[in-house]
Write a protein that binds this ligand. Structure first.
Ligand SMILES: [Zn+2]
Length: 501
């Protein structure tokens, strides 16, 4: 086994999750080969192949070697706006639905302009970078061989994004594939197997793929795109819960709020299984066609078309997730709120043991949701009491989706649900970015930041100082900065934070 640095020279803009690791890229190629040879089934669990994998990639403390990606020190970056046009393809939808056991008639597709049938246009940020690099420890020859199958990195490769021009594999003296130093992980490391002096702790998958629903508390790498040393212990302002057992966001919310917003009592929750929405393995719920369960739960016809689109076929949905989307009439201080569901009521909120607080909401107060309040709120995320959940809308119509969000077990690294999208905010890096951007904003105004709204074009520029800024701060940090400083959507909204206990 050798300690290696792998550099990819890029020819095309790239869209890559901050926490993507080189082992997940190599193992994707490895499992594709095995599948092609008919040696494994369609879906396998990476952790079941640790012995095999350890023959060519180092495995230490039950963890596969392979760092997240970094931008080389003097590399500049320019974000671009990739416009995606989603068109309605009736035949594909019908075929897909049938595959999962539900029937959709052609007339239904043609007459509907919502949910899965909606055609739309949106922009995705991709970064123009000349190169990125990773660290890994393993068998150089096997790794080079697997890399032959890797020609693109990241998302939207069908648009040609992430095309790799060349690969450089060089031996280095130290192993930097697990830890950069004692306070900074180079990849997500399970808190059970490692001991790292950092408060950047989050529920994350210990093994690729990262979207797996098997999540545990992990020590997380810095969100900075350049190699960066974390100091959350020395900083003294942060706390974390490395011993926390996974809890789904809907179960967490249910535990805190079910006395106020009751679960529907006209349904029976006698089954157990793995929830198709939140991934929880132990809760009670309902087995069956997930689309039917949700439609019945909502009792609102096709109002929430987006859910059936996500939840195809037969499966299981837990009581907590049903609760989180169900419409119901409940009493709140003697007053009956019609159709009050946590989903509606908790729009734009922070939730913890003390109750929930609206950040902005139709149901919150009439005073102005000010730039000052936003700056204050996001400027002091480190003061939030653990554990907690934050969810925001991204446009005036779109709601957040509670079951897709995550419970925060650290106030140094904070998952925030924004509409359908999950952002991860590294507070240490955010504070640095706020400091650095203050000065730049005077000069460049909106050109500095990623736009919050999905369908607006992004006005980027290739100025020297800005390129340094883009190369250092990840998209989630820049998006939140834009929300704190410029967001138009909420500028005119007359709302005020309100405490509900
Ligand atoms: Zn669930």
């Amino acid at each position: 086994m050798q300690n290696l640095k792998i550099t990819f020279e890029l020819d095309e803009p790239i869209i890559l999750n901050r926490y993507s690791t080189i082992d997940s890229i190599l193992l994707d190629a490895y499992f594709k080969r095995l599948r092609k040879q008919g040696k494994i089934a369609e879906f396998v669990k990476t952790q079941d192949y640790l012995t095999e994998i350890s023959k060519f990639i180092k495995v230490e403390n039950n963890t596969i070697s392979g760092s997240v990606w970094y931008v080389p020190e003097y590399t500049k970056a320019v974000p671009t706006n990739l416009q995606i046009h989603k068109v309605t393809q009736p035949e594909r939808i019908i075929k897909y639905n049938r595959l999962f056991g539900s029937d959709t008639t052609p007339s239904k597709v043609e007459n509907s302009g919502t949910g899965e049938f909606k055609a739309f246009k949106f922009g995705i940020e991709s970064l123009v970078l000349s190169s990125i690099y990773f660290y890994i420890a393993g068998d150089k020859d096997v790794i080079i061989d697997l890399l032959n199958d890797v020609n693109y990195l990241g998302k939207k490769i069908s648009y040609g994004k992430g095309y790799i021009k060349s690969k450089i594999i060089e031996p280095i003296p130290d192993d930097k594939s697990f830890l950069l130093n004692e306070t900074t992980p180079a990849k997500p490391l399970s808190c059970q197997d490692w001991n790292v002096k950092t408060h950047k702790v989050m529920f994350y998958s210990q093994y690729p793929p990262y979207w797996s629903k098997d999540k545990v508390a992990c020590y997380m790498p810095s969100a900075s795109l350049k190699e960066h040393t974390d100091n959350t212990y020395a900083n003294g302002q942060y706390s974390s819960m490395p011993d926390a057992e996974f809890i789904s966001p809907t179960k967490f919310a249910y535990g805190l709020l079910s006395h106020k917003l009751k679960v529907r009592d006209d349904m029976e929750y006698n089954d157990t299984g793995t929830c198709a929405m939140c991934g929880d393995k132990e809760s009670k719920g309902i087995k069956g066609n997930t689309e039917t369960i949700i439609k019945k739960t909502l009792g609102k016809g096709d109002n929430f078309n987006d859910f059936p689109y996500i939840l195809k076929g037969t499966g299981f949905i837990c009581k907590h997730c049903i609760w989180s989307v169900s419409g119901n009439s409940v009493k709140d201080g003697g007053k009956t709120i019609k159709d009050a569901s946590p989903f509606d009521n908790l729009c734009d909120f922070i939730l913890n043991k003390d109750g929930y607080e609206y950040i902005q909401s139709k149901k919150a107060d009439k005073e102005k949701w000010t730039q000052e309040y936003k700056a204050e709120f996001f400027g002091s995320l480190n003061k939030q009491k653990l554990p907690f959940v934050i969810a925001l809308k991204d446009t005036s119509n779109n709601q957040h989706v509670l079951f897709k969000s995550a419970v925060s077990i650290s106030n140094a690294l904070i998952p925030i649900q924004v509409g359908n999208r999950s952002m991860i905010i590294d507070d240490e890096i955010l504070q640095e970015a706020i400091k650095e951007s203050g000065e730049l904003i005077k000069e460049y105004s909106k050109k500095l930041l990623t736009n919050f709204s999905k369908d607006e074009p992004i006005n980027f520029t290739s100025d020297e100082r800005l390129m340094d800024f883009y190369a250092k701060y990840d998209q989630d940090i820049r998006t939140l900065l834009n929300f704190i400083i410029f967001n138009k959507e909420v500028k005119d909204v007359k709302r005020k934070p309100k405490k509900v206990r």
